[in-house]
Design a binder for this molecule. Structure first.
Ligand code: ATP
Length: 372
């Protein structure tokens, strides 16, 4: 696809509405196409069109606020979406561990290692190996039963498990570029601009909006648990796993390594009363926005977990990072509402982020300022 490649599609967040996605040569920008009550379409009220064809025709000749003039319709890339390893595994989640070949260690976390591997010598997969004793296989299988039915383009798909002996293996789709946290830190801002950061956030919000619609709670949403694939695709990983892990260090207020201090991502009511909900995930999403905009900085740097909790209870919140536009910081503050009920839904967060650069009448001037 060349700069200007575009697609008009049904909006993901607003049923029956249309969105325009345009490739500016580097990134894809999304715009909401608004409808007139009397029929017709517009991006900005200054110019309205009777039909979408007229709309496309006009923006092919004038960019008039769009990132670039419309060029050719977007080419369709055929990405194979194998939700299951093969037809055989659809209902057979337990696979033979000998069918897995371990190729390269990708990383290690608190509870085990992650390897790039091949299933049946053909299908690339990620294999998560769990340290013996890190969870009760029965608990895990109960959770996996739910996880395998959670399917969304912005969620890491669970393919299969090996639970008959230790170590337990969790086999998922493989993401080429690893965790979002490392991705943000490696580039240290040299390659990543605001529209790219907003796109990351919108993709995560979309995956989380799906979990919200399924009444499922992530419990450990953070940049370290978002994975990066090809073509700027971001997916939420490790949902639900936090519930089944046996936490050795029961005292979550003080962890040895600051980098693994989940308390800084956790909503106050979850810390104080163990009240995890989709709204505590929204709090964590606010911290994830902070990580995205600061290129992977540690939130509340230099502060210990118990200090953070005390400060939050007094009303303190992470300050606005230098490069963070006010509208984005306002979204973060909404996520950190002390009252869980007062926080936005992921559905709302998704459209707020997808429409961030919308060429609306009121936001038009702001958008141009932000883009500069
Ligand atoms: P924690 O154990 O505290 O959740 P973590 O999320 O960093 O920490 P893991 O989930 O074990 O730990 O992942 C370790 C690393 O392996 C990640 O940081 C990422 O770089 C890589 N990784 C994990 N899953 C995948 C995957 N599906 N595809 C590619 N790389 C992955």
């Amino acid at each position: 696809n060349q700069a200007g490649a575009f697609l008009i599609r049904e909006s993901e967040s607003l049923k029956g509405e249309f969105s325009l996605s345009v490739f500016d040569g580097e990134f894809v920008k999304h715009y909401r196409i608004r409808k007139l009550d009397e029929g017709g379409f517009f991006l900005s009220r200054r110019r309205t069109f009777k039909t979408l064809n007229e709309f496309v025709d006009y923006y092919s000749k004038n960019n008039d606020g769009l990132c670039v003039k419309l060029g050719k319709p977007c080419l369709k890339v055929q990405i194979p979406t194998t939700f299951d390893l093969s037809y055989k595994t659809v209902d057979q989640w337990e696979i033979d561990r000998n069918s897995l070949k371990f190729l390269k260690k990708l990383g290690s976390g608190q509870f085990g290692e992650v390897w790039e591997g091949l299933w049946n010598n053909t299908t690339p997969v990620a294999i998560k190996t769990l340290k013996p004793g890190s969870m009760d296989p029965k608990d895990f299988l109960r959770e996996a039963q739910i996880m395998k039915n959670l399917r969304h383009p912005k969620l890491i798909q669970l393919y299969a498990v090996c639970t008959l002996e230790d170590p337990i293996y969790i086999i998922t789709e493989l993401m080429r570029y690893g965790s979002l946290l490392e991705y943000l830190q490696n580039d240290a801002g040299s390659q990543i601009c605001l529209s790219h950061q907003i796109d990351m956030a919108a993709q995560v919000a979309s995956g989380m909006a799906y979990l919200e619609s399924q009444n499922y709670i992530h419990r450990d949403l953070a940049a370290r648990n978002v994975l990066v694939g090809e073509h700027n695709i971001y997916k939420v990983a490790d949902f639900g796993l936090a519930r089944v892990f046996k936490v050795e260090n029961e005292n979550i207020y003080e962890a040895k390594h600051e980098t693994k201090l989940p308390v800084k991502w956790t909503a106050p009511e979850a810390i104080h009363c163990n009240k995890f909900s989709i709204k505590s995930d929204v709090w964590s999403f606010g911290i994830l926005l902070f990580e995205i905009i600061t290129y992977g900085k540690m939130p509340y740097a230099g502060m210990a977990g118990h200090q953070v909790i005390q400060m939050l209870d007094k009303g303190y919140r992470l300050p606005q990072p230098d490069n963070c536009p006010k509208p984005l910081y306002d979204i973060m503050l909404q996520c950190w509402n002390a009252e869980a009920k007062g926080r936005p839904t992921f559905e709302t967060l998704q459209w707020q982020l997808e429409d961030y650069f919308e060429v609306g009448d009121s936001s038009y001037a702001d958008t141009r300022t932000i883009l500069k």
